[in-house]
Design a protein around this ligand. Sequence first.
Ligand SMILES: [Fe+2]
Length: 406
Amino acid sequence: MPPAALAASKTDELRARWCDAFRAVRAETERRAAPLSAEDQIIQSMPDASPIKWHRAHTTWFFEQFLLVPNVPGYKVFDPRFAFLFNSYYVAAGPRHARPQRGLITRPTNEEVAAYRAHVNAAVERLIAEAKPAALPEILRVLEIGLHHEEQHQELMLTDILHAFSLNPTNPAYDKNWQPPPVEGGEGYVELTAGIHKIGHEGGAYCFDNETPAHQELIQPVRIARSLVTNLEWLEFVTDGGYMKPTLWLSDGWATAERECWEAPLYWRQVDGGWFSLTLGGVRPLDLAAPVMHVSYFEAEAFARWAGKFLPTEAEWEVAARTGNLNDAFGIAWQWTRSAYLPYPGYRAAEGALGEYNGKFMVNQMVLRGSSLATPANHSRVSYRNFFYPPHRWQFMGLRLSDYDA
Ligand SMILES: [Fe+2]
């Protein structure tokens, strides 16, 4: 094959591969929304959570705003009002609807959002197929960010609807047949020797900017628990009065626990002396062997203090995870670390609106590592940095402990 024809066939292959990836991610969003009624999809249970319909529209706006508008000459937006409704926090992309009021948006309807998704899907597929080869790398760069962005929202769809269902006295199930993923469990610790270790993403595959630059960290001799803290262990903390002993708690944590009347993880329910928990499959007896979930950083920190242990730093977590010996590192529950969410040495947020993606949130939040049962397949990696505020607990959040030699 002549070089020009070879290059053209490689470009065609690239276009086909990205078109398939785009279709797969967009379909997964709809698959996750499918069990939910129109009423389910409108509700916003708290300012931190968003309606399912909003997630479906916002992820679509992201492609329209950052991919189609800049790259398709003469592109006509589906509805000029949608940028205001479905921009989340991109100040550089213009004014936006107040986040706590997303649940008030009964129009556009679900059907109109579906039409919006179809319109943007067709335009993106056309762009992938027809973009000039010279423009393709930049288009695919933004497309890839959009796909990972939508995958993040796929996780939020499940966490947000579970929170909404938790406030419904009839305890609805997202999926009556839902089963938790199998857990490895295990005893003991992964020992790390003291020394300088490299953490962060080293390139070669996709990552978010907050995972870079890869850099050196000094690790003390430390042991990281091989398994996640279980419901049984957490129940011992509860029955030992863990939620009633201010000496175990950070000041802000104690104030939050008192104000919000915390007595157990977010979705635990005590009925006639027995413990139950709300899951994606509805209310079920508490599985004592399963990892604890839906605990805040404040609770995780109090638990670690009660247990006479620590939460690992994110560097310790990553170094231990890179040994391959941490069980249930991925796919069960995000794991709180005691590291503040800060920029890595030399990190600079990108210019422009997409630079707002991660960098501007690097204050007052704590890092979680691993991934959860709600994280889409292929969205997990050892350098991934998730982050939430210390009182947050509606995500699938758990913990593993660490310890130092005295
Ligand atoms: Fe978003």
